[in-house]
Design a protein around this ligand. Structure first.
Ligand code: SAH
Length: 213
């Protein structure tokens, strides 16, 4: 077996052993090369199950956390999905294989620019990245079938709850930035919202306004 095939097998094994069992999610994670989203000295660690530094002092999430969040989101092929926190673009790329349309927002222009380049290079034509404050949502394209937030807020942002379609699902970390947060799943019912706590996680904070670069 080639090194690459072996690395891929170990990557998928690590995901499964941490609870990522959804075949569609595993297939998407097999197809999207995480190495394309990590630069410089950290690139060689792209296939390890750990978060890694990216530009603007941010991080690309741990692959098993990406897998578990994607699985919890239960994306359907016709879904329009909003992601807040583009970062490297890795999570958005995986969503783009599972959904009809993906919009992703980051407050750092540089991250958005670099993620767009990777989406183009990989031929992912159904994902659009914007530089903006994602806690305000994306009213022009609302409502969304699924919303995934990859930065932690103290509470689910009101504009995002408002942009979730009835029957839609939002997955997000909530809690203070420097402590362990909870990953929660919010389902919009026609009578209100249902909240389910999934697991402890740790994400960078959801900040207001645009970043410096
Ligand atoms: N999903 C990313 C990892 C996200 S790291 C990946 O797959 O690589 C969290 C990201 O959220 C950071 O890039 C940070 O800039 C962004 N972020 C924080 N607050 C934000 C806000 N209000 N609006 C948009 N992006 C925000």
């Amino acid at each position: 077996m080639t090194n690459e095939a072996e690395r891929k097998m170990q990557f998928l094994f690590a995901l499964r052993s941490r609870g990522v069992t959804d075949t569609r999610v595993l297939n998407a994670m097999e197809r999207i090369d995480r190495g394309a989203f990590v630069r410089g000295i950290f690139a060689e660690r792209a296939y390890e199950d750990m978060p890694l530094p990216i530009a603007c002092g941010q991080t690309i999430s741990q692959p098993s956390v990406v897998g578990l969040m994607t699985q919890a989101l239960n994306v359907q092929p016709r879904d329009k999905v909003l992601e807040i926190g583009t970062g490297s673009g890795y999570q958005a790329a995986i969503l783009s294989l599972l959904a009809r349309r993906v919009y992703t927002i980051d407050r750092h222009r540089r991250l958005v620019r670099e993620a767009r380049q990777v989406f183009d290079a990989l031929g992912l034509a159904n994902v659009t990245a914007f530089a903006a404050d994602g806690s305000r949502g994306l009213p022009d394209q609302a409502p969304f079938d699924r919303i995934l937030v990859t930065a932690a807020a103290e509470d689910p942002p009101g504009p995002l709850l408002a942009e979730l379609r009835i029957g839609g699902i939002m997955v997000l970390p909530v809690g203070q930035s420097d402590t362990v947060q909870s990953l929660i799943k919010v389902t919009r019912l026609d009578t209100g919202f249902d909240y389910e706590e999934l697991r402890p996680v740790r994400f960078v904070p959801l900040l207001e306004g645009l970043g410096q670069d």
